[in-house]
Design a protein around this ligand. Structure first.
Ligand code: HC1
Ligand code: SF4
Length: 573
């Protein structure tokens, strides 16, 4: 152990600890900006570029995030020199930053704004050249605005080390340095998967989601189309955070009431389609298992993962399940069954909005193969954050709304659907159904706790009536790559692999309220979903009466021709 003092408090920490980490142990807060340490997902951004965390140690100032403790060190975090340096650094950052905080997407959530306020900065005393690059608005999911970038490199660490996609890196030199793409190509011309994890960690407004709020207001303002909304599982345990509730607080009833108050004609649940996905995917798995072909089956609900597999493993595109994601299955059922067969509205006159914890879903719903002829399954997707903004914009007091229920029948779901939003949940839901279908016996304990939790790669062997099914769950694209490399080499023992691009699953999606690196928030959201599941009477997708009715009235059997027409898709290399 190394012994030192921080603001006169003695502390002993292991060799190799930084001053910043040591300070946390004695509850001394050192302001910092570029640094981000998310141990839970093995992501540490330690580039020490911003110099906000300067502290006095020995003879001079050092950055606390990048300086290791030494025996006998005497650290003072709030000397005049340290405070002056910190303020100067933030002033310099602000001198090359657009002064449009009031209209910035990140207003209220910007870490640069917060630190400037905390340091009491009232004027920007440095004047000089300003960065001026065009915004990259080429993609359906993400906007990149270099002028707001403070070169903290968090996005780069996330994209390269956690996701292993490698789209973002520092280019040019000196004042012209920017975090850009290879040959400065537009995002849409890169291998970007639109996972949105760079957005999730960007401290400023340099990386944000494409704003689809105006499109949704326009849709709600017209009378020609019937506007229907669906909400993803992970949204209900996170949206409350935008209104001051604890992470993981279950806000389903108030969220439904708010959506109705916003003017949606029907408020439905992506969960309904998650149950439907399980029937299709479990059928597909059992077909492949019987034939011993195209194994392991890979889940296909996560659009960033699908982009990743299309780009990186084109030789393995026979493996992802052909099931569309729940978002898309929902749209297909809303437009081709609910509209024409239940409320007598033609599919072209239905307008489907989705609320997702994800920015890749914006891109997914624009994929032209996901629809019938020229009618897309889903018209537009907004994030959890965007829904919260719309609720605030409309002056709706979410916390004081009476709980309301989803509309029927596309609002009915089982607990198996809720857990889709947490890593391992899709696989657990599939096992509940596959087990009962194969054995014809009731599965009395539906909790497959082996597949739960935040760990990046999980595995288990499940005995289904004598057949051992080896399952694996990976979250983050870096973990996906590890698992997929084994598959590509022919060394994989798994029969089913669930993959989600975001570390932790959809609860940590790029469209969720910002967690600012605190993974306890993500754990609480996941716990919220498992609580909903545990409290439901029906917890197996095939027991959802609305799904049973949908097959009876419209689709016939799972995996039937009609099911293929509406609920399945294909992939492109
Ligand atoms: Fe997800 Fe899914 S679980 S992909 O994470 O399969 O976004 O919540 O909606 O489609 O259901 C996201 C979440 C979501 C789909 C489902
Ligand atoms: Fe990289 Fe994902 Fe950001 Fe694309 S969205 S740049 S893949 S982190």
């Amino acid at each position: 152990l190394v012994n030192l003092t921080i603001n006169s408090k003695p502390v002993s920490v292991p060799k190799g600890t930084t001053i910043l980490e040591a300070a946390k142990q004695v509850n001394v807060k050192i302001p910092n900006l570029c640094h981000l340490n998310m141990n839970e997902i093995n992501m540490v951004n330690q580039c020490a570029s911003c110099r906000v965390c300067m502290v006095s140690a020995g003879r001079g100032l050092v950055p606390a995030c990048g300086t290791l403790v030494k025996e006998g060190m005497n650290v003072q975090t709030n000397t005049k020199e340290a405070l002056r340096a910190r303020k100067n650094v933030v002033q310099l950052l602000l001198s090359d930053h657009p002064q449009d905080c009031l209209s910035c997407d990140k207003n209220g959530n910007c870490e640069l704004q917060t630190i400037a306020a905390d340091l009491g900065i009232r004027e920007i005393k440095f004047k000089g050249e300003k960065s001026c690059a065009p915004k990259d608005t080429s993609s359906k999911s993400i906007v990149k605005d270099h002028d707001k970038c403070i070169l903290c490199r968090r996005c780069e660490t996330m994209c390269n080390e956690v996701q292993t996609v490698g789209v973002l890196s520092g280019i040019n030199r000196g004042f012209n340095t920017e975090v850009g793409t290879f040959f400065n190509a537009s995002l849409c011309d890169t291998e970007c998967t639109y996972c949105g994890q760079c957005v999730a960690v960007c401290p400023t407004g340099a990386l944000t989601e494409v704003n689809n709020i105006p499109v949704v207001w326009n849709a709600l303002d017209q009378n020609e189309k019937t506007v229907v909304v669906q909400v993803a599982p992970a949204v209900r345990v996170a949206i409350g955070e935008e209104f001051g509730l604890e992470p993981g607080a279950i806000s389903t009833g108030k969220m439904v009431a708010a959506l109705r108050a916003l003017g949606f004609k029907y408020v439905f649940d992506t969960n309904f389609a998650a149950d439907l996905t399980i029937l299709e995917e479990a059928s597909e798995f059992l077909h492949r298992l019987k034939d011993g072909e195209n194994l392991p089956i890979l889940t296909s609900c996560c659009p960033a993962w699908i982009n990743f597999v299309e780009g990186n493993y084109p030789q393995l595109l026979n493996l992802p399940s052909s099931c569309k994601s729940p978002q898309e299955m929902f749209g297909a059922v809303a437009k081709n069954y609910f509209g024409p067969k239940v409320i007598n509205v033609e599919s072209k006159d239905m307008y489907v909005v989705s609320v997702m914890p994800c920015v890749a879903k914006k891109y997914e719903c624009a994929r032209t193969e996901l629809g019938q002829e020229d009618v897309l399954d889903v018209d537009i997707s907004i994030t959890t954050r965007e829904l919260a903004k719309m609720i605030k914009e409309a002056g709706i007091d979410l916390l004081n709304l009476e709980d309301e229920s989803f509309d029927s029948p596309l609002g009915e779901s089982t607990g198996a659907a809720d857990i889709f939003g947490a890593t391992g949940g899709v696989l657990e839901a599939a096992l509940r159904t596959a087990y009962e279908w194969v054995t014809d016996k009731e599965l009395s304990d539906v909790n497959f706790t082996q597949v739960r939790g935040l760990e990046g790669i999980k595995e288990a062997s499940i005995d289904i009536d004598g057949t051992i099914v080896n399952v694996c769950i990976a979250s983050s694209l870096g973990n996906a790559r590890k698992v997929m490399d084994e598959v590509a080499n022919g060394n994989s023992k798994y029969h089913i692999i669930e993959i989600m691009a975001c570390p932790g699953g959809c609860v940590a999606g790029g469209g969720q309220p910002y967690h600012h690196g605190d993974y306890d928030i993500v754990k609480k959201r996941a716990a919220g979903l498992y609580n909903i599941d545990g409290s439901k009477e029906l917890r197996k997708s095939h027991k959802n009466p609305a799904i049973v009715a949908l097959y009876n009235e419209f689709l016939g059997e799972p995996y039937s021709e009609a099911a293929h027409k509406y609920l399945h898709t294909h992939y492109f290399d």
